[in-house]
Design a protein around this ligand. Structure first.
Ligand code: FPP
Ligand code: MG
Length: 356
């Protein structure tokens, strides 16, 4: 059985069926290293007020070791969109607007996580105490709102109504994805379409907004914009499936969250869906543990996690993520070769083998 643990013992080395070389974040960032540095400076700039208390909270959030995948995708895709596959020329330069786009994408992501931790009653994120645990739910809701407010200021500065519409839709998608997830809690019905739709809304929509909005700002043709959007949707789905795998096959030390958090919250994700779909004794045992709410106890949760691992749920979910990852790479055919395009391709492998 391939567990994420066994994959992640070589966390910097891609499995042979993915890529032959080592993937380190630095090489992925290289084509946009300067821009990513500017994003970091922007993130802790408090655009709303100059309260030291809020400033300290923002620092806590942005220095907690996030991977910055969303701003990276935004900047790499913006830059990649400038290379034309048919002509040997670039169309315009990266501008300050692309930096703001990357910043706002990370701000929305961070805001949604602060709110998500309230919804999930989580006490740790990225190995650190969540805002809701350290203070309380009310403060966490307000801090999340403040981050959304900062994102809307960024959006206004971009001054592009199409991009405003895209991010407005994303905010709605994040909420409606969470609502769908809530409504599917503890359901053992195998509903792959429901799982994909929920994952696209709560995770892929924001990554896709970042991956194609830069091309819109660069006034690139519809086909380029559509291909980059497709890349973001597929990468986002891949990211969510790996996240779901990590929940049952990662370690709390790696993920910064207790093992089995999703199951304990009644979230039946790809690894469990595969086991239930396959049927037989493992499916029956897992279904009972979920339906009878035994996953709410430490023993029941450990049993459910063990069933998912031994019955092949992790392997099947990883294989699914790899197929979708390949589709993400294929969708980049709309842009010409460039360092940024190469990094976007490697980023898919990075997401597939990540262990945190
Ligand atoms: C993490 O998922 C959460 C999200 C990807 C999105 C959460 C969105 C909201 C709470 C709605 C945001 C509100 C507004 C106003 C737009 P997860 O729980 O699967 O991941 P985790 O394991 O890291 O917590
Ligand atoms: Mg959560």
């Amino acid at each position: 059985m391939t567990t994420l643990n066994s994959m992640s013992t070589a966390s910097t080395t891609a499995p042979s069926n993915l890529a032959s070389s080592t993937i380190d974040m630095q090489s992925l960032v290289a084509p946009v290293a300067h821009e990513m540095q500017l994003v970091e400076e922007w993130l802790t700039t408090n655009l709303i007020d100059d309260s030291p208390f809020v400033g300290e909270l923002l620092n806590q959030i942005f220095q907690a070791g996030g991977k910055r995948i969303r701003p990276l995708v935004t900047l790499l895709a913006s830059k990649a969109s400038l290379a034309d596959p048919a002509e040997d020329k670039t169309h315009s330069e990266m501008s300050r607007l692309h930096i703001i786009l990357a910043v706002l994408t990370e701000l929305i992501h961070s805001a949604s996580l602060v709110h998500d931790d309230v919804i999930d009653a989580s006490s740790t994120r990225r190995g650190k105490e969540t805002v809701n645990k350290r203070f309380n739910d009310k403060l966490a809701v307000l801090l999340g709102d403040l981050l959304f407010a900062q994102a809307s200021i960024c959006l206004a500065r971009i001054m592009n109504p199409v991009v405003v519409g895209i991010y407005g839709q994303v905010l709605g998608d994040l909420c409606s994805g969470e609502i769908s997830q809530m409504r599917q809690q503890f359901s053992t019905v195998v509903d792959w379409d429901g799982y994909y739709q929920k994952s696209i809304k709560k995770t892929a929509s924001l990554i896709a907004a970042g991956s194609h909005s830069g091309a819109i700002l660069n006034a690139r043709p519809d086909a380029v914009v559509a291909g980059l959007k497709e890349y973001g949707v597929k990468l986002g789905l891949c990211f969510q499936i790996v996240d779901d795998v990590l929940d049952v096959a990662g370690t709390a030390k790696e993920t910064g969250k207790p093992v089995g958090s999703d199951l304990r919250n009644g979230l039946i994700t790809a690894p469990a869906l595969h086991v239930i779909e396959a049927g037989g004794a493992p499916a029956l045992a897992l279904t009972n543990l979920i339906k009878e709410r035994k996953v709410l106890t430490d023993e029941g949760l450990a049993e459910a996690v063990a069933i998912i691992q031994t019955a092949g749920g992790v392997d099947a979910a990883l294989a699914l993520a790899q197929r979708i990852g390949q589709e993400a790479k294929d969708s980049l055919a709309v842009v010409g070769d460039s360092d940024s395009k190469t990094a976007l391709i490697s980023l898919v492998d990075y997401v597939l083998i990540r262990n945190s």
